[in-house]
Design a protein around this ligand. Structure first.
Ligand SMILES: Cc1cc2nc3c(=O)[nH]c(=O)nc-3n(C[C@H](O)[C@H](O)[C@H](O)COP(=O)(O)OP(=O)(O)OC[C@H]3O[C@@H](n4cnc5c(N)ncnc54)[C@H](O)[C@@H]3O)c2cc1C
Length: 479
């Protein structure tokens, strides 16, 4: 009761300061209470800031009154990172979407609310390029990408979000304004808190401006799609290509199960006359001579290793090849009410082990599990489809998922390569670290956010997303 009174008082003080930026209508609160994980949290106010300084004001009050603050960009997190499970306020930064491009220094300064594909298209107008491309780029924000260290398809050649962040401005939990890093190409000045904030999922600070490095826009690209007799042959690409001096900008794998599911969904065979087989979507980009040199070597490699392959001769043909990769996910969604998308990552030479382990899980647990993803990075998406209304199937899926996570760690991998921990991976994250490592993490959180107001519950508190019903009872709507 005391806690609720304090929060109520803080919200009314905030309303005095920020007026109608503090939204309390039930439709707004409902919208702010969940993200891409689709588990409902609860919030007493959604604060739609439109000036950077307001973030400092919000945090000062929140810290003083110990009100939880969940920062939100577009809310596309697949792990529940932006779900307010401990009530309090949702800090919506989507309106902080200023964007300034410095062509001379090849740098972009953006508000956290800039949508990633907008940044990319503005940069491209100047012949520049911002490569990280999560599949959600048309709606997710650059602030969310920094907070999750987002990846995507092109990371195999260009790297992840972290590789482009030069500086971050923002606010500490107590409302103090800070800038970590500078708009310089190098930075070796004392502790690198910028890199600590990247991937910290809104638990260590709130980002209000991001300075990003841009590169030259690649002028040519070629797209290939190949089918292989086995996973071993398909996945050998990630090891062979560096020896052959091929640097694909995209190297995507789809297992046989995914292709089967896709063919059932579309009613069309990807390669006519060929039963479902593991496939690779490969793209080369760069200057014309380099793309053509690498295309020659790749064509030779595909002729030798694949059962069949196609090369796109036009943008339209490239788009047709891309459909195979894109429709895999849509096809899987049709199979069950829930699709858990795990984004595990293992060393390149352990991918075959991972994929054959998934095959054994499929048989042992009699489950629908599809694998596709960024095999150039060892970052494979393992998708579990199950009906959450079916208790027995849910139990089997959780057991299979738990075995998968153990296997990933045993293979020297990590339980998340790009989505982060949020809520969904909290049951497994502790196993990734030894006691000393875990204590360091906890002490960093304690030091930067002593009152624990920033995105509480995320990373450190075990939350089982498959126990949705139980959680719904535990959660309550604040008045
Ligand atoms: C269809 C689909 C495809 C996807 N594909 C990919 C993919 O290919 N690669 C990939 O990496 N991810 C992917 N994602 C996941 C998601 O889009 C990313 O995690 C993205 O980075 C989240 O951005 P957002 O703006 O939606 O952030 P939100 O979901 O709003 O927030 C995500 C996390 O960041 C924190 N946060 C947000 N903004 C800030 C800020 N300014 N300061 C501090 N903390 C902040 C939040 O508190 C939360 O913990 C996909 C999601 C969907 C729905």
């Amino acid at each position: 009761m005391v806690k609720d009174d304090k929060r109520f008082q803080a919200t009314s003080l905030l309303q005095d300061k920020l007026g109608d930026r503090v939204r309390t209508e039930s439709s707004e609160l409902f919208h702010a209470s969940y993200d891409g994980l689709k588990i409902q949290g609860n919030t007493s106010a959604c604060i739609e800031v439109d000036h950077t300084e307001q973030v400092g004001e919000v945090l000062k009050l929140a810290d003083e009154f110990q009100v939880p603050v969940t920062t939100k960009g577009a809310g596309s997190s697949l792990t529940g990172g932006a779900t307010p499970i401990h009530g309090g306020w949702v800090l919506d930064l989507s309106r902080l979407n200023h964007l300034e491009l410095d062509e001379k220094n090849r740098v972009a300064r953006c508000g956290p609310g800039v949508v990633v594909s907008n940044l990319q298209s503005e940069a491209e107008k100047l012949g520049l390029f911002y490569p990280p491309d999560p599949s959600s780029k048309d709606f997710c924000t650059i602030g969310g990408n920094v907070a999750c260290n987002a990846g995507g398809l092109r990371c195999v050649k260009y790297g992840v979000t972290r590789d482009y962040v030069l500086a971050l401005s923002g606010y500490m939990a107590n409302g103090d304004q800070v800038t970590w890093g500078r708009a310089t190409r190098k930075f070796a000045t004392a502790y690198n808190v910028r890199d600590l904030w990247i991937g910290s999922e809104g638990t260590l600070g709130v980002v209000t401006e991001i300075t990003l490095r841009l590169v030259e826009k690649p002028l040519y690209r070629t797209t290939f799609l190949g089918a292989f007799a086995s996973d071993e042959l398909a996945l050998s690409a990630s090891l062979d290509f560096s020896e052959l001096r091929i640097r694909p900008s995209i190297l995507e794998y789809m297992d046989k199960w995914t292709i089967n599911c896709l063919q059932d969904y579309t009613g069309v065979q990807v390669f006519e006359g060929l039963e479902p087989k593991p496939m690779l979507l490969i793209e080369l980009d760069g200057i014309e001579t380099e793309v053509s040199r690498q295309s020659g070597i790749l064509t030779e490699w595909l002729s030798k290793h694949s059962l069949a392959f196609r090369v796109a001769k036009s943008e339209e043909e490239a788009e047709n090849l891309w459909q195979v990769r894109r429709q895999g996910s849509s096809a899987m969604k049709k199979l069950a009410s829930t699709k858990l998308n795990e984004d595990v990552v293992v060393p390149l030479d352990k991918q075959v082990d991972l994929v054959s382990f998934v095959e054994s899980l499929r048989l042992q647990f009699n489950l629908k599990i599809g694998v596709f993803g960024h095999c150039g990075d060892g970052n494979l998406h393992v998708n579990f489809m199950y009906n959450e209304e079916d208790e027995e199937e849910t139990t089997r899926s959780v057991e299979a998922l738990t075995s998968l996570m153990k296997k990933v760690i045993e293979l020297g991998g990590a339980i998340s390569g790009e989505h982060g921990i949020g809520l969904a991976k909290t049951p497994f994250v502790r196993d990734q670290f030894n006691q000393a490592e875990w204590e360091v993490m906890k002490s960093i959180k304690q030091s930067l956010d002593p009152n624990g107001i920033l995105n509480p519950g995320k990373i450190f508190q075990i939350f089982k997303p498959w126990e949705k019903e139980k959680l719904k009872v535990d959660l309550h709507w604040e008045k």
